[in-house]
Write a protein that binds this ligand. Sequence first.
Ligand code: NAD
Length: 307
Amino acid sequence: MKTLVTGGAGFIGSNFVEYLLEERDESVVTLDALTYAGSKANLSSVLEHPKHEFVEGNICDELLVRELVADVDRIVNFAAESHVDRSIEGAEPFVETNVLGTQTLLEATLDADIESFLQVSTDEVYGEIEEGEFTEWDQLKPQNPYAATKASADLLASSYYTTHGLPVLITRTSNNYGPRQHEEKLIPKFITRATAGQSLPVYGDGSNVREWIYVADNCRALATVLEEGVPGEIYNIGSGDEFTNLEITKRIIDMVGASNDQIKFVEDRAGHDQRYALDCSKVESLGWSPEWSFEEGLKRTVEYYLS
Ligand code: NAD
C-alpha cells in the first residue's frame, strides 16, 4: 500500500507520515510546499526511511500532482493554510490552497486508479454549537474564512464522489495538539510563553470552548477511516475532552510552574465561535476510540516543547 500524503511536513501530516511508516510499515510519498508552516525537520526521523519519498511541491501544480497520483494507491490531503487568525488578515492563500489545491488534486485523481481519497477537514466547518454535539448530517455554517475554505473543499470532494464516483472519504476533526504543532497555535504558543515568563494573551473572556484531541489519536482515527470507512461518507473525529481557553491556559500554567498573573485578556477574535463539539459515534462504530487522556497528552506536549 502506497499513500500520497500532502502537507506531510506540517503538524498532523508529519505525525501521520511517521505513523504509516513506523507503525503500519506502509510506503509513503510526502508532497509539501514547505510554506512557513511546514518543515523537513518535522520529518527528520523518517526522511531517509527506505519506504519514504519526500517531494517539495505545491498541490496546485497540476502536472506534478498528476505524476504523483498515478503511482499511489491512496491520497490523504492535509495540505492547507490552517491558521484562522491569518485567514482574517487575508484569505487569498486559503482559497488558493484549500479550495483550488483540493480541486486540482481531485481532478488529477480522476485519471488515476486509486482506492481512496481522504480529505482531512475540521469541526470548524459546522460553525458553533451552544449545546449538544454536531453530527455528520448537520448543516455547514462556517464563520471564518479558514473554515469557509475548508467547507468549500468538503463540498467539492463530496461532489467528486457523487458526480464521478471518486472514492472520497471526509474526516472532520476537533482541535489537535501534540508535538510539532506550529508555535503560532494556542497550546505551543502558551507553553513557550508561559515558560519564558511572558504574558499569555487570552481572547475575550477565555470562555470559548474547544474539544481537544491528541494528535496520535487522530492519526489512528484517520488510518481507521482509510481502512474501514465507506466511500462517500463523512466521519467526525474528537475526544469528548472539552475545555475553555481559560481552562487550557491555567492547566499549562500549572504544568510548567508559571503564574496566573501572566494571563492577559485581549480583544476577542472577530467571528470567534463560542463552542465546538462533535458526535463521534460513527467513527467509533468503525472500531476506533481515543486512547490518550488530556492530562497525559498535554504532559507529553509540554515535554516536547521544553526539550
Ligand atoms: P499545518 O499548518 O501544520 O500544516 C500544513 C502543511 O501543508 C504545511 O506543511 C505546509 O507547508 C503544507 N502546505 C500548505 N500549502 C500547501 C500547498 N499549496 N501545497 C502543498 N503543501 C502545502 O496544519 P495542521 O495543523 O497539520 O493541519 C493539517 C490539516 O488538518 C489541515 O487541512 C487542517 O485544516 C486540518 N485540521 C487541523 C486541525 C488542527 O487542530 N491542527 C484540526 C482539524 C483539521
